[in-house]
Design a protein around this ligand. Structure first.
Ligand code: IPE
Ligand code: IPE
Ligand code: MG
Ligand code: MG
Ligand code: MG
Length: 311
């Protein structure tokens, strides 16, 4: 294995366990100042949804992007944990019967199966809210303006013009809201939808490193371009895994997108062309890192991981 790939895997493992530990502390039973109580059932479902699984690829990107600017890792891990809370909430809601109606997530029953639907909805609400609690804390960055910039960027990435917006476009494309007929989106339409539902959070992961590092415009834009390309690549890989992956390895049901008439680049372009597009986005991600030279070797390896992953 090439050095950078090996280093990438080691660092991903390390950052994943640090993220797990940090999330465990943030989602503890102890009440914080200003809170009245932490109901046990809500803490249980939030912990169930956020701990014990997941690749933690988004926190990984935050930490590595921030490392380019020598930001202390403890600060980047806080941002990674906040982002992971949003990501886990998005999965809990994505799996609900009213959305993708899935029973398996990260190799375990989905939150609404392990608990119940109302509890799963509230788990999502709790994880979404706590993300911004985490970002407001002084451990994130000594400068309040940097914390405000992070809050704003995450809100824009997660909300109506980002992930949530993409989710409604995704369901709309299935034909949920009109005459029941799937919409035939073209390539550009699918790229916008996917750039929002999946790309926006991955892009924030990369951009947040530049925000934490108070980067100049050139480096900030470079990470923004890298993040956009990674985001697009990530969802194509997910769609290929839905088509060709093994549920036991992927940890979630497969073969569902075509049945649901999901709008994906695989459905619009076919498998071969989608694979070509995936390789193109990986190359675009690598090229964007040019201003960082050899310092960006692990982020380049991360781009290849996105394309080659099996889970
Ligand atoms: C799955 O994300 C949902 C998408 C946005 C495609 P991940 O593949 O990162 O899921 P986990 O966090 O590793 O379970
Ligand atoms: C999910 O896309 C994007 C989210 C915002 C959660 P998918 O619906 O394809 O994700 P999986 O396949 O259920 O993980
Ligand atoms: Mg979905
Ligand atoms: Mg889904
Ligand atoms: Mg999917």
């Amino acid at each position: 294995m090439a050095d950078a790939t090996l280093l990438f895997k080691q660092r991903l493992d390390g950052i994943a366990s640090e993220t797990e530990a940090l999330l465990g502390r943030v989602l503890a039973a102890e009440v914080l100042p200003g809170e009245l109580a932490r109901p046990a059932r809500l803490i249980d479902v939030m912990r169930y949804s956020a701990l014990g699984g997941g690749k933690r690829f988004r926190p990984y990107l935050v930490v590595e992007a921030a490392a380019l600017f020598k930001v202390p890792q403890s600060q980047a891990l806080m941002v990674g944990a906040a982002l992971e809370c949003i990501h886990c909430y998005s999965l809990v809601h994505d799996d609900l019967p009213a959305m993708d109606n899935d029973d398996l997530r990260r190799g375990r029953p989905t939150a609404h199966k392990a608990f119940d639907e109302a509890t799963a909805i509230l788990a999502g609400d709790g994880l979404l809210t706590i993300a911004f609690d985490i970002l407001s804390r002084a451990e994130v960055h000594p400068k309040p303006q940097v914390r405000i910039d992070l809050v704003s960027a995450l809100a824009r990435a997660a909300g109506v013009g980002g992930m949530v917006g993409g989710q409604i476009l995704d369901l709309g494309a299935e034909g949920r809201f009109g005459d029941g007929k799937p919409q035939r989106l073209d390539r550009q339409g699918v790229e916008i939808l996917q750039g929002m539902k999946t790309g926006a959070l991955l892009r924030f992961a990369c951009l947040s490193g530049a925000i934490l590092g108070e980067a100049d415009a050139e480096r900030r834009n470079a990470l923004d371009r890298y993040g956009s390309a990674i985001g697009k690549a990530f969802q194509i890989a997910d769609d290929l895994l839905d088509l060709e992956g093994d549920p036991a390895t992927v940890g979630k049901a497969t073969g569902k997108d075509a049945a649901a008439h999901k709008a994906t680049l695989v459905s619009v372009l076919g498998v071969d062309e989608a694979r070509r597009k995936l390789a193109e986005f990986v190359a675009e991600a690598e090229a964007a890192l040019a201003p960082f030279g050899a310092d960006a070797a692990v982020l380049k390896a991360a781009a290849h991981f996105v394309a080659e992953r099996t889970s």
